[in-house]
Design a protein around this ligand. Structure first.
Ligand code: C5P
Length: 324
């Protein structure tokens, strides 16, 4: 099988590539009985790619190691123990395969996970959820498969609200707490520039601040203008229709984000908004050349490691199959 990649010792290894996400619209409604907020969102996957490799072990342990894109250990803030969401994903798919007797429940297989990160950490681009989606796909493949895409989406939803979208990729609407995914007609190609902050923001804290600022939000809905702009692949119209209800809450916790967004507007891009719960700011450029120009200017001001380019829509978590 071409999905089997030989590692040094000839042992089987599976490698999965997974994108980051940006929310083109994020409408936040009332808190539900389970404590999550009702959402109406449009996700787009962008090609800032994390790589998750899994290799079989001789025992039943699940380990994780994390690297930067240049191969050095890091980055800080990503757990290297069982609290890593990717480890929980591996445990969940193993338990489900054992429950259905697709693997031997009395001899559970172990796995070494290796995550190479390009997605900013704690940035509102779903890096942790992306790694969990990738670990689900990789372990499922390593252990022989047998679950359908609906089954995997169900497991993904148990791991986090964004995880089902990162399996799906492209451009899609999210409802419920964000986990119920419906594809959206999108004929465009989009050039993004992302400005990250050294200090991440806590998603639960941003939602709590939202509750304080907006105690009685209406039912969330997505405007027709964004859906029409995506169907037409009309970048300026998409840019004009970007929206994020969490912006005021994130700016209230981190006032310099407001100044950053204002300073970026001076470049007159097609659009600019906070990505998810922040603190990453997502800039939609008019085209590839404008994106390159913007990156050069922003890197001069903010340093190279805080400015990233990404194109959307990208595919969801996929097994990497080398071309021979
Ligand atoms: O689902 P996930 O684990 O990614 O959510 C992280 C946190 O974000 C939740 O614990 C909750 O505080 C907040 N959240 C929310 N409503 C949602 C999604 C996330 O309140 N629909």
């Amino acid at each position: 099988m071409d999905s089997q990649i030989s590692s040094g010792g000839g042992q089987r290894e599976i490698r999965v590539h997974v994108p980051a996400k940006v929310n083109l619209a994020l409408a936040v409604g009332p808190t539900r009985p389970d404590g999550f907020h009702e959402l109406a969102t449009i996700y787009q996957a962008v090609d800032l790619i994390d790589v998750v490799s899994v290799g079989a072990r001789g025992d039943d342990a699940i380990t994780v190691d994390v690297f930067r894109a240049d191969g050095t250990p890091g980055p800080a803030g990503v757990p290297r123990d069982t609290s890593n969401l990717a480890v929980r994903a591996a445990e969940l798919v193993r338990a489900e395969l054992a429950r259905r007797e697709l693997i031997d429940p009395d001899r559970l297989p172990g796995v070494d996970l290796r995550i190479t990160k390009s997605i900013p950490v704690a940035g509102g681009m779903a890096g942790g959820s992306a790694d969990a989606a990738a670990a689900l796909v990789a372990c499922h493949e390593l252990w022989g498969g047998g679950l359908g895409s609906e089954d995997l989406a169900g497991l993904a939803a148990r791991l986090g609200s964004d995880v089902p979208f990162l399996l799906h990729g492209r451009t899609a609407a999210g409802s419920g707490r964000g986990e119920a995914i419906t594809p959206v007609d999108d004929s465009g190609r989009y050039h993004w520039v992302f400005v990250t902050s050294e200090q991440g923001l806590s998603t639960p804290q941003v939602y709590r601040e939202y509750d304080r600022l907006v105690p009685d939000p209406p039912r969330p809905r997505i405007g027709e203008a964004l859906l029409a702009a995506l169907a037409a692949g009309d970048t300026p119209a998409v840019g004009a229709a970007l929206s994020n209800d969490l912006t005021a809450a994130a700016v209230s916790l981190r006032p310099e984000l407001g100044a950053l967004i204002t300073s970026i507007r001076a470049y007159r891009p097609a659009g600019v908004l906070l990505s998810g719960s922040g603190p990453t700011v997502a800039i939609l450029a008019d085209d590839a050349e404008s994106a390159t120009r913007l990156v050069t200017e922003l890197r001069r001001e903010r340093g190279a490691k805080n400015v990233h380019v990404g194109r959307g829509p990208a595919t969801g978590a996929r097994v990497y199959r080398p071309v021979h």
